[in-house]
Design a protein around this ligand. Sequence first.
Ligand SMILES: *Cc1c(COP(=O)(O)O)cnc(C)c1O
Length: 502
Amino acid sequence: MTQTLEKLETPRVKPSSDGDFPLIFERSKGGRRGVIPPQADLARDLNLAEMFGAENLRSSAPKLPEVSELDLVRHYTGLAHRQFSVDANFYPLGSCTMKYNPKVHETVAAWFTDLHPYQDPTTAQGALELLHTLASSLATITGMDAVTLQPAAGAHGEFTGILMIRKYFEQRGELEQRRIVLCPDAAHGTNPATAAMAGFTVREIPGNAHGEVDFDALKAALSPEVAAIMLTNPNTLGIFETRILDIARAAHKHGIQLYYDGANLNAIVGHARPGDMGFDVIHLNLHKTFTVPHGGGGPGTGPVGVKAHLEPFLPTPIVGRNEQGTFILESDRPHSIGRVRSFYGNFGNLVRAYAYIRSLGAEGLKNVSSMAVLNANYLRVRLEGQGFNIAYKRVNMHEFVATPPDGLRTLDFAKALLDYGMHPMTVYFPLVVAGSMMSEPTETESLETLDRYAEVLGEILTRAREDRDWLEHAPYTTPVRRLDEVTAAKRPVLTYKKMLSS
Ligand SMILES: *Cc1c(COP(=O)(O)O)cnc(C)c1O
């Protein structure tokens, strides 16, 4: 560590002189124009009142901001520079897998923008073949028998998977009896939420001193009243469940379905397959492991894989192939849970994931998880060396949990990191570790970046020990500093009043 704090403190984003960034409406000057589009022929020639009903046509022009093209470009470029992104900065947000997404996948996705979802499938054979191949690649990667690509997020994949389990028990006449879904106490919040949404009662299983699910407690909770166990492996502490084969055996003895939350498959991809561990249903987050950009709410993609006994329940349509070898969209599947998404999911994301898998190949994918796990373990040891407590001192997978020493607050470290141009780690999750700081460096970060992150955290700790007040008031260089989060959540101001009332 040779850099001084002063050097590191250089703000990444310079706040504007008044500390504020005007809204586009505040830049508006009456009569100023950017591009003036020609009058659209269509709008002139059509009788809009007849088409939409006169009462649905607006009587006055919308109050749009009046700005020049340059004003507009500066405004949005300025906003883009305030955006924190993995393209600009280190982003070790545990469980979210904020890894770099190679730009070539964007190019490949753009090749398909001429397609229309209502196009006759016989004219979109290449696109359907891509979906068919991607589904079978994901089945191979995960050890499952069939995959649907439709769900639009991880949580949506979970819901789709649990609905299939529900339908399976309904067909067997066991749904009345099987009302319970078991989730470990470290589970991602979407797991119990999914089970509850699908009408099940959630029962929580505690973890043990090693950060794994308590096998005896789990075994004691198994009964013919349980429909499913939802697990993540490695779990949300970044720890591999070493008794997974015992868990699968015990679950199946009671006819219970084992659900795998594979949002973070980057921990094991190419090395181990949930299908081989005994899981019956899985979902993946293509927007975490398979290089689809994410953050800011989407669009995501959460494919679901199943073992053969659940295949009849997959959502429709399925991309199939007829005897002539033509790819088709099959909808005639009597046991299907039905449609879960319009058209065929987030197609552009599926193209990105396909390109990623094809460009890496089997060896490359294996390298992904090797590097993700190596980076996370390296960082765990480095943070321990800087004086942080490690929640579970054992080899972790793609992420790990630390806590601050000396009664210092996790939140304050998260805020201080912003002054160093680094996104905070995930804080206060999983809930089972008080003050959890969960870092996930991912496989795409360099040794230098990992070292700098460890050194910055060490430096924050050193300075905080001398000056708690400094830590408690960070950040100092961001466009906004500490917000009143309670008021922001309870009384959010989301409309621009001045514009509306003028
Ligand atoms: C991210 C994540 C989810 C939810 O995925 P979304 O796409 O945000 O719905 C579920 N489980 C785990 C373990 C995750 O990390």
